[in-house]
Each structure stands twice: as C-alpha cells, then as structure tokens.
Design a binder for this molecule. Structure first.
Ligand code: ZN
Length: 231
C-alpha cells in the first residue's frame, strides 16, 4: 500500500505517499482513530487524507492541548449567540458592533453571511452597522425569502429609523434577486438604497474581464478626484 515516490535529483529527502486506493478503503487499527477521521472529513474542504493528517497531528500533541482544542469547540458551539439586531455571531445578546456607540446606526450594510462582515470590517472603511441575511434568495437551492432574516431587517429599518441601506451582496443572479426583492419591499419608504460598486477588481486586467464586468465598470465610473481621495 505504501509507495516510494521518486524525488527530483536536487532533493535527497524520500517522501512516502499513500496510494489513492488506500483512502477509498482505509482500514484502521483503532475504531477511535477511524471515528475521529470520519468526523474531521465531514468538514467542508476536508477529505479523508487531510482528516487523517489532522487527527495524527492531534495524537502527537500533549493530551491537555487536545483537550483544550475539544473544549473550545464544544464551548463555542454551546455558548455562541446570534445578535438580536443584526444576526451576526456574538457572545452577547447584542453584538459589539451594534452596541458600539461611535458607529452610525442609520447606515446598515446588508451582507449574505458572517464572513462578509469580517471581510468588510477588515477594510476599516465602514462605520455603520450590518445586517446578516444568512444567505440569498435561490429558488434552485430551495432558499426563499422566509428562510432569510429579511423580515427582521424590514422591522429594524422602521424601528431604528435607518436612513441608508448598502447592499454588499455577491454580484450574481441570486444576489441581484435578493437585492430587488428587498428594494421592492421598501419602495414606499423614505430610505436611500445603494449597492457596492461592481466592476474590474483592483489589480485585475481589462483584457481578461468578461463583457458584463467591463460594461458595469463603465456604467459605475468614478470621478478621478473621488478615486484618488480613497487611496
Ligand atoms: Zn449586531
């Protein structure tokens, strides 16, 4: 089952690789090991091979470190909450972004998931609040408006007198469907609705951009003065 891989001549290190068939029918000498590998391999992007490597790493760690790792996961799963205002993950009923008095509560950025909040926060360019939808409308995947936090958003807009809604959704059919659905619901309310700019990515090259992206970049062109002031 174990094979010796021939290394390039400039490398003296011999690397043992496992034949792919080994992973299709992994036979374990320990049921505990097998169960751990099976659990790790349920994680997104983790195959059996990676799961085995992670589990073997944990076996080599001091027992108390592995225990702390397991306790952290269990505590995170048990105690984590969702902010009652923006639906972001939180340790408390209201997250530290919503409870920060220096942030502008009248501007709300609508995002698909928690990863988007982290990405926007990392830019340090946004000082409003967020609303996490928990997904986007996607009939093909069986996701309708009722499965998202749209009602909570509509309620919040009224209750908190939100003045501007910035949509920061992925530029695809599902993102646009969600944007149009929520905009329609708000058509009679005095609220400014915007979306983040769409176009050529910074560092991208025009000749490799598709027609739609290039067309949107032209439509959403910026005065050079405002572009320079962002740098
Ligand atoms: Zn919050």
């Amino acid at each position: 089952m174990l094979q010796q891989k021939k290394q390039p001549s400039n490398s003296s290190a011999a690397v043992l690789i496992l034949h792919p068939s080994y992973f299709r029918s992994m036979s374990f000498s320990s049921t505990l090991l097998e169960q751990a590998v099976n659990e790790f391999s349920k994680l997104p992007g983790i195959g059996k091979k990676t799961a085995l490597r992670l589990v073997l790493h944990l076996i080599k760690q001091p027992a108390e470190e592995t225990q702390f790792f397991a306790d952290t996961l269990a505590r995170m799963r048990k105690d984590i909450k969702f902010c009652t205002k923006c639906c972001n993950v939180s340790d408390t009923e209201v997250c530290n972004i919503c409870s920060n008095i220096s942030r502008k509560k009248q501007i709300v950025c609508v995002v698909e998931n928690i990863r988007d909040v982290i990405a926007i926060e990392s830019t340090q360019q946004f000082n409003g609040l967020y609303h996490v939808l928990g997904g986007v409308i996607s009939p093909l995947d069986g996701v309708g408006p009722d499965q998202l936090t749209i009602e909570a958003l509509l309620h919040r807009i009224k209750a908190d007198e939100v003045e501007e809604l910035i949509f920061a959704l992925n530029p695809n059919i599902q993102g646009d469907t969600t944007l149009f659905y929520i905009s329609k619901k708000l058509k009679d309310q005095p609220i400014k609705i915007t979306t983040i700019a769409r176009g050529i990515a910074f560092g991208g090259e025009l000749e490799y951009a598709d027609e739609l992206t290039l067309a949107r970049s032209l439509q959403n062109r910026q005065p050079v003065a405002s572009y320079v002031s962002m740098k």
